[in-house]
Design a protein around this ligand. Structure first.
Ligand code: URP
Ligand code: ZN
Ligand code: ZN
Ligand code: ZN
Length: 510
């Protein structure tokens, strides 16, 4: 079976593939072109005990060191996926990729870290965090957490502080859609943004007008449109543009940085472009599905085929994809995620009579690096250094874990890929490593291939074979006050000072 993999250290793995559980802790990657976001050069990379020790041409090492020849290939930081939902309880079911299978798929595709969204339980951040800690126990690569905020009171506000100061969380997501489930209103968003600002945590939004989506869904059902195409028709780009603009304006009002997740439309992208042009600190994250797919398959006569493309915001009509690519190449959008959230065809069939019940989500954690390379680098839209920036470095900087992650520098974690630009890839559910039985990129082929993945100094993907170790992944705590907060109050202070006006100008002196 091509989509099986060995679990090293479980006994079965050792028998199955003959890999010792304690693989060499010293590695030399020889002769490759080492690419960082800021620079590329031919150099060797020496790794010891999970850390990069040296990056220099012609390094000499002892014969106890495993040597990987990277001549003619790129040696790059492992990908960091800023947006995943592994084992998320969602729409009456649970995403089928858990932390082990989702991460194994990620490693096979050259991604060595991801940041997953913790959902509170009945509004409790602590309960949600503890549940996700358990889910993540079998991790085989490093991971961090964002936290969603789904209700507001004194307890939640206090818990946000605890999450930031004691649990290593530095970002909170607000859902402006999914009415009756996790959707929040403007009042909560304002309170949440204020709290984010005071904690130095990044506010993130799922930007769609949930009330209008609810109305749009009713319209479709009244028209008798119950199939997957109804999903896209019920929540058009204008609703994404409206919510994106609203979140941006409220973040401006609070003067806190904002991160817009899964930017799927020209409408939303243009709001981000406008805000950035005015100097506002807004980050826009396109996801792979939005960059490379269009909505045509939602009309496929086969329900299994059509329903696998259902995600929110929806995959848009042809044209939005190219515009998002251009925005990524010009810096209007800064980094690429996946929103990996997989449901198999049995789970998707929960909505066979009503598109509102199709669990929302698509795959991508394994495909992201290859598709961004093929779509953006092979087409000449971005450079190889930009590829590293949008797939790894920018994410590490935004979430304040750079240069431990996102760089090939002495002292950084040894999360590294060897990428062969002259090889090729082909995507299929038959050979992918996700547990789901479909793939939204089925049949896609392109140039370039991740030949080796090194995670935490361990070779985990080589010769098309995974050697993953459950429990070897570490939780990465992320500190608040990333670069996005640096000096953010200065413009406002200067503006207020410019009035030369004392407070309480007309206060009585009696
Ligand atoms: O359809 C999606 N995007 N599912 C995951 C949850 C979310 O909105 O990010
Ligand atoms: Zn979302
Ligand atoms: Zn505006
Ligand atoms: Zn998501």
């Amino acid at each position: 079976q091509s989509n099986q993999f060995c679990e090293v250290g479980t006994g079965y793995g050792e028998a199955g593939c003959g890999i010792p559980a304690s693989s060499s802790s010293k590695l030399l990657i020889k002769g490759g072109t080492v690419v960082n976001a800021h620079h590329q050069e031919v150099a060797d990379v020496y790794v010891k005990d999970g850390i990069i020790v040296a990056v220099n041409p012609n390094l000499k090492v002892g014969d106890d060191v495993k040597v990987l020849d990277a001549t003619g290939k790129f040696v790059m930081p492992g990908g960091i996926d800023p947006h995943t939902h592994l084992a998320i309880p969602f729409m009456g079911t649970e995403a089928i990729d858990d932390f082990f299978s989702g991460q194994a798929a990620a490693l096979a595709g050259g991604t060595t870290m991801h940041i997953d969204f913790v959902l509170p339980i009945n509004g409790s951040l602590t309960a949600g965090f503890e549940a996700y800690e358990k889910k993540a126990k079998n991790s085989c690569m490093d991971y961090g957490f964002h936290m969603a905020i789904t209700k507001w009171d004194e307890v939640v506000s206090k818990e946000m502080e605890i999450m930031v100061k004691e649990r290593g969380i530095n970002s909170f997501k607000f859902f402006m859609a999914y009415k009756g489930f996790v959707m929040i209103n403007d009042e909560l968003m304002l309170e949440g943004f204020k709290m984010c600002k005071s904690l130095g945590a990044l506010a993130m939004v799922h930007a769609e007008n949930g009330d209008a989506v609810f109305e749009g869904q009713k319209r479709m059902i009244e028209l008798g449109i119950t199939g997957p195409e109804g999903h896209a028709l019920s929540r058009p780009p204008v609703l994404e543009g409206e919510a994106t603009a609203r979140a941006i304006h409220l973040a401006r009002f609070v003067n806190t940085p904002l991160y817009v997740v899964h930017v799927m439309s020209i409408d939303a992208m243009e709001e981000i472009a406008r805000a950035r042009k005015s100097g506002q600190r807004v980050i826009g994250e396109p996801v792979v599905s939005g960059l490379v797919l269009d909505d045509s398959k939602l009309w496929d006569p086969d329900f299994t085929t059509a329903s696998k493309y259902v995600m929110s915001p929806p995959i848009r009509a042809s044209g939005h994809d190219k515009a998002l690519q251009a925005a990524l190449s010009t810096g209007v959008l800064q980094l690429v995620g996946t929103d990996h959230c997989t449901f198999n065809s049995t789970q998707k069939a929960l909505g066979i009579d009503d598109f509102r019940k199709i669990p929302n989500g698509v795959n991508g954690i394994e495909e992201r690096m290859h598709l961004v390379w093929d779509t953006m680098v092979e087409s000449g839209q971005i450079s190889v250094t930009d590829f590293v920036r949008v797939t790894s470095t920018e994410c590490a900087k935004i979430f304040n874990i750079y240069p431990r992650k996102g760089a090939i520098l002495a002292g950084s974690d040894a999360d590294i890929i060897i990428f062969n630009p002259n090889s090729s890839f082909e995507i299929s559910a038959r050979s992918h490593h996700s547990r789901t039985d479909t793939n939204v990129y089925e049949g896609k082929k392109g140039k370039g291939k991740v030949e080796v993945t090194i995670a935490g100094g361990r070779v985990v993907w080589e010769n098309d074979e995974l050697k993953v170790v459950p429990g070897s992944g570490k939780y990465i705590e992320m500190a608040p006050f990333s670069y996005l907060f640096n000096g953010i109050n200065k413009a406002e202070e200067l503006y207020l000072a410019s009035f030369h006006a004392p407070v309480n100008r007309f206060k009585s002196t009696t």
